[in-house]
Ligand binder design. Sequence first.
Ligand code: NDP
Length: 452
Amino acid sequence: MIYEEIKHILKDIKECSPGQDEFYQATREVLESIVPLLEADSRYLEQNIIKRLVVPDRTIIFRVNWVDDRGVVQTNLGYRVQFNSAIGPYKGGLRFHKSVNLGVVKFLGFEQIFKNALTSLQIGGAKGGSNFNPKGKSDNEVMRFCQSFMNELYKYIGKNRDVPAGDIGVGKREIGYLFGQYKKLTGDFDGVLTGKGLNWGGSFGRKQATGYGSVYFAQEHLGVYNNSLEGKTCVVSGSGNVAIYTIEKLQDLDAKVVACSDSTGTIYHKNGIDLASLKAVKEIHRESLKSYAKIHPDSKFIDISHYPEGGHAIWHIPCDVAFPSATQNELSLIDAKELVKNGCILVNEGANMPTTPDAIEYLQQNGVLFSPGKAANAGGVATSQLEMSQNAAMTQWNFEEVDIKLHQIMKSIFKVAYETSIEYKNRGNLIVGANIAGFKKVADSMIDQGAV
Ligand code: NDP
């Protein structure tokens, strides 16, 4: 009966959101995993909570015109999906990548609702971005794009209303240009964006937060099984913000990271990734990982085209723990089979929805522990909320203070997800635990606030 109802809702979503495959994938995962809660408590279906939750409060789509270095006007699309504000002001990142479309922004916004609820902080779910591709653009072009983007976005955001942050393609440089334009348009120096520079309202530890938090989560997860990261061989996909600080924390904890990747390919460095070189190549020079291989001739660069059948080279490198930390659907069934074959014990998602549903099923069936992104990568948004708290109090905590809070938050997210999985008779299934815990908090708040 409940399965039938869920099937109907999913069918409606598919029909109403044609072509939005990632959004459908994200809603399906959540709805199917909360069945044990729906069976235990009839209020959620009676009050139509699910149908209300899968439709964003508001979707804003706008044109962004900007002038390139040749003086030619370029046009991109801008998006902000304000999904749900039952527990606090909208909060979620902005992604600038050529693959951004409405379905991608909606999947990210939907995931963000539950992730933010899991942090135990008061933040609602949203996401935004543009199909603008920052690759190969000059700093001036990126600045002009960000200014034009904010010329429209500023009407819909505010420190108590909607507080965007970074995501793929949006780091400190872009947040700076966006913040500068917001300030110019409104005249207010507000904590309206997070991920700000340390001199102008940013928080220590925000840059590291998602990566460090992901590793803290993995540590908790292994701890339940009397295991730890120490001495483990790890692979971390991506080489952006999340991946770099995942690698940094893993190395702090004496794990050995032998591979990372980017959109051009994978680096396999059997002796261990050299973090200083990686930061120089990716953070400072914004180059391909091919440059890393030139600095380290004992490493191997495997071009992205190497696995035409749909797998990714990085998951075929033997490891104990895998940290998918680049983008959605980057770890497929082919890759999961390879991880199992090579004895991987844990897949810990740093990115949003990086593992395909069939890959997750295969990993779980074969006894590989699985940490879902909406729990494991929540350290970034949690620290963004800490940045908002510091802005509101006009103060700045030091790195250690923030890191201690982050560590506590990650421990408590793990605890709630794990204990909820037990309560709903799925011991250790953190997809069920995280989704039910996040959903329950938001759904109960929606019921309290009536049909709005
Ligand atoms: P960045 O832009 O800093 O880095 C993304 C990395 O992934 C880059 O190395 C990029 O390669 C690589 N990448 C992107 N798309 C692809 C692709 N299609 N194939 C292969 N590699 C790809 O982004 P973040 O590190 O901030 O984000 C990574 C993931 O983590 C995303 O899923 C994001 O939503 C999620 N996340 C981020 C948070 C944050 O605080 N930043 C918080 C929570 C989740 P290249 O260098 O060549 O561009």
